[in-house]
Design a protein around this ligand. Structure first.
Ligand code: ADP
Ligand code: MG
Length: 252
């Protein structure tokens, strides 16, 4: 049996009066790849953001229940939120490289963590860009602005940047849905490779092929609640909930 790296126990999330996530229980196994699926507005992003305290940045957002990372409550008083977001990295729908060079995007996090030696930083840059299948495309222009890259390259850079601080968990919120169609494949391919490295991944996605082929667990959310939580073979071949059946018939 795998260890539980994160545990979500009885979590509710509100935006003011709006109850967006209701009674979610979701232990997350180390090295697992979980796909979160469901219709727009069902609470996928809200749930994901509560897992590394990104919701802190939203006015009026309130999280109740327990979310632990390696047994520690990430909402406990005195928790270092930056450390939480380092251990539990996040990739957003729109690639958001920093307005600085490709190299500096990667070295930003490691520098904050006290790595200053150029050779060590160089090693991190090359390792993570290779991991993100981007090295060959950018190795001759590391000092140029990241904003000059294509959307697909930018998203792969954001993944490399997240990897540069050695996170334990990566949360991805529809990482391909804002990309031009011709760039979706390269990012999905990278996500698939990442999944094989053993990093724990939680991916909100509308890419049912990814959910079916790469994940080992698929969670269907409907109106803020988990309705099904199954291995992909089971969920796709034998959906039980009528809303899941309706959702899949639209997606597949
Ligand atoms: P999904 O990612 O599945 O599309 P979200 O988590 O974004 O869903 O949204 C869940 C519900 O919470 C929706 O009804 C949405 O309108 C509401 N919501 C999301 N963000 C906010 C916000 N910042 N303020 C108020 N309501 C929000
Ligand atoms: Mg969303």
């Amino acid at each position: 049996m795998r260890d539980t790296v994160m545990d979500i126990e009885n979590v509710d999330v509100w935006y003011g009066d709006k109850h967006a996530v209701l009674g979610v229980n979701m232990p997350v196994e180390e090295h697992g790849v979980t796909a979160l699926i469901g219709a727009s507005g069902c609470g996928k992003s809200t749930l994901l953001r509560s897992m590394n305290r990104m919701n802190d940045l939203i006015d009026g957002c309130r999280v109740e229940g327990g979310i632990t990372f390696r047994g520690n409550d990430i909402y406990a008083e005195g928790t270092d939120v930056n450390e939480v977001r380092t251990r539990i990295g996040m990739i957003f729908q729109r690639p958001n490289p920093y307005p600085m060079s490709i190299r500096d995007n990667i070295t930003y996090g490691p520098r904050i963590h006290g790595i200053t030696k150029a050779s060590e930083l160089d090693e991190i840059v090359e390792r993570t860009l290779r991991q993100a299948a981007l090295w060959d495309e950018v190795k001759d222009r590391l000092k140029r602005s990241a904003l000059g890259l294509s959307g697909g390259q930018q998203q792969r850079l954001c993944i490399a940047r997240a990897l540069a601080v050695n996170p334990d968990v990566i949360l991805m919120d529809e990482p391909t849905s804002a990309l031009d169609p011709e760039m979706v494949g390269e990012v999905l391919e990278l996500m698939k490779e990442l999944a094989h490295t053993g990093i724990t991944m939680l991916v909100v996605t509308h890419e049912m092929g990814f959910a079916r082929e790469v994940s080992n667990r698929v969670i269907f959310i409907d109106e803020g609640r988990i309705q099904e939580d199954e291995p992909p073979q089971e969920l796709f071949s034998n959906p039980k909930h009528p809303r899941l059946k309706a959702f899949l018939s639209k997606m597949l």
